[in-house]
Design a protein around this ligand. Structure first.
Ligand code: ZN
Length: 137
């Protein structure tokens, strides 16, 4: 079994922000040499998430708008007694910070309208990481 691990480093500039990491992922899968297997995409952060969807500007704004509506930063969160980012923790807990995609014939399997996004919910941050592990043969 071949195991290929890379860490993508990101910088975010907004409190809520979506960063498309599809191109980098495809490059990492290609350089891994893995023909068939899986690709684990993990953001080791409690206030961010990984999602798949279409890269269309209106839709990305819809997603960010819904995040603010469902997880409003100014709500009376208990965690905000010690920190000011409870909304981002709760959103990350519900959305999830890991996704797994199949790799078939040396390609990441995703739909035409499925890009992979890092979702910042407690930015701006000078350094965020996404760990990519490609496993297979
Ligand atoms: Zn916190």
């Amino acid at each position: 079994v071949r195991v290929h691990v890379r860490v993508l480093e990101l910088r975010t500039s907004e409190r809520f922000q979506i960063v498309d990491i599809t191109r980098e992922l495809e490059r990492i899968v290609e350089e891994s040499g893995v023909k068939n297997g899986i690709c684990v995409i993990h953001a080791p952060h409690a206030t961010a998430a990984i999602v798949l969807n279409e890269h269309e500007q209106g839709l990305l704004r819809d997603i960010l708008g819904k995040l603010r509506e469902l997880f409003p930063p100014d709500a009376e969160w208990l965690h905000n007694r010690i920190d000011d980012n409870a909304h981002a923790h709760v959103a990350s807990a519900f959305i999830g910070s890991t996704r797994v995609l199949p790799v078939v014939n040396s390609r990441l399997v995703r739909g035409t309208w499925q890009n992979v996004f890092f979702v910042e919910m407690d930015g701006p941050r000078s350094r965020r990481e996404v760990l990519i592990e490609v496993l297979g043969e």
